[in-house]
Design a binder for this molecule. Structure first.
Ligand code: 26V
Length: 821
């Protein structure tokens, strides 16, 4: 009863205003005349947080009294983005709060802009985890997200002289009002050392792990509210701390620095997020991070199980643990270690519990992105786990030999240990063998998994394999990012779409309504004006909101082929220079994305984009008809401002390389049309919106394979295509590098001699398709209709649909509704 009608829980405006002022005084220690925007933001965040905690405590109470299965989503990355705006949307109080702060003379948008972004992820994989926990809560499924509380998230990117410069991210500088530290649930994690055998009291042979050091994992919890439900689940991120602040023995010897050193070393464990997506480097600290958060999380689940009086034999009945890629795959060996060494369960019982517990999601087919750990490194850090992996492998390979009599090649291919050269542990194999379900993230990707990367596993246990196409949360990517469009939705079809995205279909019958189309265009133009403001503010480049906004935002990588777009832009420029009066449809090319700091070619691709901008943007003959912009520091926050302002979405990876893509979905639901290859989820987007409303080009995955088999010579293709040849020559001769013919040589040579991602082979088709895009854009009515149909048919790409599929096919979990206390 004490909870009710208090200024900490009430959603009424007056109550909210009182609470806000209260927090300004008593949490921030400020008053209106001296408070900064940061203070107002903090006061607002705490005011909202109280309302959230009420739901959180109610949820925890509901879950405690009940035995349903809980999902544990294990991910080394959660790319959450700012919390305040999303929380206001999900609690359904955005408008009221805007009014309340307005009456205090403040603009909500200014306050939302104060929040530092927790960039605890690299890209698609981390953002998917964030969308998934939003959907889990919205579907009222009991779930915990487990991950790492990096002190420094993904680097902050600036552009200096056209080059990417990495700056340390410091998101915790002003504190984080959304997290609660829970030292009482800390976990000690053992690392290193050796193992020894002993005989237990019942005369059985046992193994004991004698670690070299222990580190303490301290959980930090953040509430994750569902959309307009009482459910608020938990994101639990682990931070490493030293067991003792000082090593007293060393301290007493007078070595003060040496004593502090140990503490510093332990805390290094969660200092920084590795910024290499797609190329694991076999770094010791990275494996330590993985083991650390997985060990903490499994320990935590067992604590929860025990707290409910459950027995360890029922672990899999209480928890469905999903592995977001192989980063947490060591969990398979850790759960076996706990069950066999700590709980003394027979091997087969332990294995049965383990495999019923885990599911594994694969996110990449790129061979260089598949995690493998050198055996020596692995043994040094996790000696007991390596022994267990050997044992798992021995038993598994026995089954393989029985299934494929005499096929030793198959045995080598399936082994958890790669023995072709230096020996490695293959984490994808460990994850696959240790899970009851393995899934790809789009139909094509799942098919290719079965055909290539995991083909032998598929032959052995086809029933394990699933496909679940990715999705994105319409709350952040529509309701929060595109309020103008959502207002039109509300007037036209109500607001059920945010929870049931398929309802957007009801927009279809307005696709030919001229007045509706007019409003649709006006909204897009407004969004483009806002984006243009942001562009000039961040880059100094003026762009025309009436031009077509052609956008490619994602990590910079050769397989994603940002440089294919560059070649085509140069061709357009070349056409314009050859005939300055040519009819050229005005276009603004917007690129954004980070390159891994050690990935030289990707950084050079950024330099190439800025270089062509420096020439094209300032050439008077272009008369502003073409502009090329590189927006620095792509992030969740900048994404929220970019997707709503896009006309054209570039999804141009080489077919068979992009597992799914999720940016493609954010663009489509915000009314951009896609120019894309038949790769990843592009195929399914095209299927949903209809091929008349989608621009496809290039080889299919099967054609790519065929072409490679036939022997691919990029120089032949380039020489046979005058336009492409001219473009390559312009770069080679230094037009974009003030005559420096060395600068872009690595890109040009790569193109001529290898062209691993087959830009040349797809160039002509891409260039033709861009002309088709021009034609469509010139017909304003046609373009608007296509845009409306893209949005209306994007319902499949809600992460609610993805999560419902995981719940039904893999986790077997059902909703638990939460009554407010
Ligand atoms: C690898 C590594 C290696 C070590 C350092 C940290 C790190 C972080 C991430 C990765 C693998 C990244 C894989 C990834 O992001 N895949 C993307 O997953 C998206 C969600 O399923 C999907 O839409 C993209 O197509 C896919 O590239």
């Amino acid at each position: 009863d004490l909870l009710h009608a208090s200024d900490r829980t009430s959603l009424s405006k007056d109550s909210f205003k009182r609470a806000f002022i209260d927090n300004l005084f008593y949490t921030q220690g400020k008053f209106l005349q001296v408070a900064t925007h940061k203070d107002y933001y903090q006061a607002l965040a705490y005011t909202v947080r109280d309302r959230l905690l009420y739901r959180w405590v109610s949820t925890a109470t509901a879950y405690t009294g009940q035995v349903s299965r809980t999902v544990s989503y294990l991910s080394a990355e959660f790319l959450m983005g700012p919390s305040l705006g999303n929380t206001l949307i999900n609690l359904g109080i955005l408008d009221e709060v805007r009014q309340a702060v307005g009456e205090l003379g403040l603009d909500l948008t200014d306050l939302l802009d104060q929040e530092a972004e927790p960039g605890l992820g690299n890209g698609g994989l981390g953002r998917l985890a964030a969308c998934f926990i939003d959907s889990l809560a919205t579907l009222e499924l009991p779930a915990l997200g487990y991950g790492i509380r990096y002190e420094h998230g993904i680097f902050y990117q600036t552009i200096v002289d056209g080059w990417q410069v990495e700056n340390t991210d410091n998101w915790l500088r002003y504190g984080n009002p959304w997290e609660i530290r829970r030292p009482e649930w800390s976990v000690e994690v053992k690392i290193g050392g050796f193992t020894e055998t002993y005989t237990d009291t019942e005369d059985r042979h046992r193994v004991r792990w004698v670690p070299a050091k222990t580190v303490v994992g301290v959980p930090f919890d953040s509430p994750i509210p569902g959309y307009r439900v009482n459910t608020a689940n938990t994101l639990r991120l682990w931070s490493a701390e030293a067991t003792q602040s000082f090593d007293f023995e060393v301290f007493n010897r007078g070595d003060y620095l040496g004593a502090v050193n140990k503490k510093v070393t332990s805390e290094n464990l969660t200092k920084i997020l590795y910024p290499n997506d797609e190329t694991p480097q076999g770094k010791e600290l990275r494996l330590e991070q993985q083991y650390f958060f997985v060990a903490c999380s499994l320990h935590d689940m067992i604590r929860i199980l025990k707290g409910q009086g459950g027995s360890i034999e029922r672990f899999h009945e209480k928890f469905a643990v999903q592995l977001n890629d192989t980063h947490p795959a060591i969990g398979v060996a850790e759960l076996m270690r706990i069950l066999v060494d700590d709980y003394l369960l027979p091997w087969n019982d332990a294995w049965s519990i383990t495999t019923q517990t885990f599911g594994y999601t694969n996110h990449t087919l790129l061979p260089e992105a598949l995690e493998r750990w050198p055996l020596d490194l692995f043994r040094r850090l996790l000696p007991r786990h390596l022994e267990l992996i050997f044992e798992i492998n021995e038993r598994f390979l026995h089954d393989v030999r029985v299934a494929f009599l005499g096929d030793e090649a198959r045995v080598r291919a399936l082994s958890l240990i790669d023995e072709t050269g230096e020996r490695y542990v293959r984490m994808a194999h460990l994850a696959t063998v240790g899970s009851h379900a393995v899934n790809g993230v789009a139909t094509l990707h799942s098919d290719l998994l079965k055909k290539d990367v995991l083909a032998d596993f598929y032959a052995l246990s086809p029933q394990k394999f699933h496909s679940i196409t990715n999705g994105v949360t319409p709350r952040r990517w529509l309701a929060l990012a595109n309020p103008r469009l959502c207002e039109l939705f509300r007037e036209t079809i109500g607001d059920g779409w945010a929870k049931e995205l398929d309802q957007l279909r009801r927009l279809e019958r307005h696709a030919d309504d001229a007045a509706f189309a007019e409003r649709w265009r006006a909204i897009k133009l407004d969004n483009k004006r806002q984006l243009a403001d942001l562009i000039v503010q961040r880059t100094g480049i003026e762009v025309d909101p009436e031009s077509m906004f052609d956008v490619q935002v994602k990590r910079i990588h050769e397989y994603k082929r940002q440089h294919l777009a560059v070649l085509q832009i140069i061709a357009m420029y070349h056409r314009l220079k050859s005939d300055p009066n040519a009819e050229v449809l005005p276009r603004t090319f917007i690129f954004s994305g980070k390159a891994a700091p050690g990935y030289a070619i990707a950084k050079l691709m950024i330099r190439l984009i800025t270089a062509i901008g420096d020439v094209i943007n300032y050439d008077p003959e272009v008369r502003g008809r073409l502009k090329v912009v590189f927006m620095p520091n792509f992030s969740v926050t900048t994404g929220q401002r970019i997707y709503p302002g896009a006309d054209l979405s570039e999804q141009i990876s080489l077919a068979g390389k992009e597992a799914s893509g999720t940016g493609n979905m954010k663009f489509a639901m915000n009314g951009a049309l896609t120019i894309g290859t038949m790769d990843g989820a592009n195929i399914e987007i095209c299927e949903e919106v209809g091929s008349d409303n989608f621009f496809t080009f290039g080889m299919t995955a099967a054609q790519v394979e065929e072409r490679r088999r036939a022997g691919y010579d990029p120089r032949e293709v380039i020489e046979a295509n005058p336009e492409l040849h001219a473009v390559v020559e312009l770069i080679r001769n230094g037009l974009f590098s003030r005559g420096d013919t060395e600068l872009f040589k690595p890109i040009i040579d790569g193109l001529l001699w290898h062209d691993t991602y087959m830009l040349a082979a797809d160039y002509a088709s891409y260039s033709d398709c861009q002309l088709e895009v021009d034609r469509a854009y010139r017909d304003t009515a046609r373009w608007t209709r296509m845009s409306i149909l893209n949005v209306a048919r994007s319902g499949k790409f809600s992460s609610d649909r993805s999560i419902q599929e995981y719940a039904d096919k893999i986790w077997k979990v059902t909703p638990v509704s939460v009554p407010l206390l």
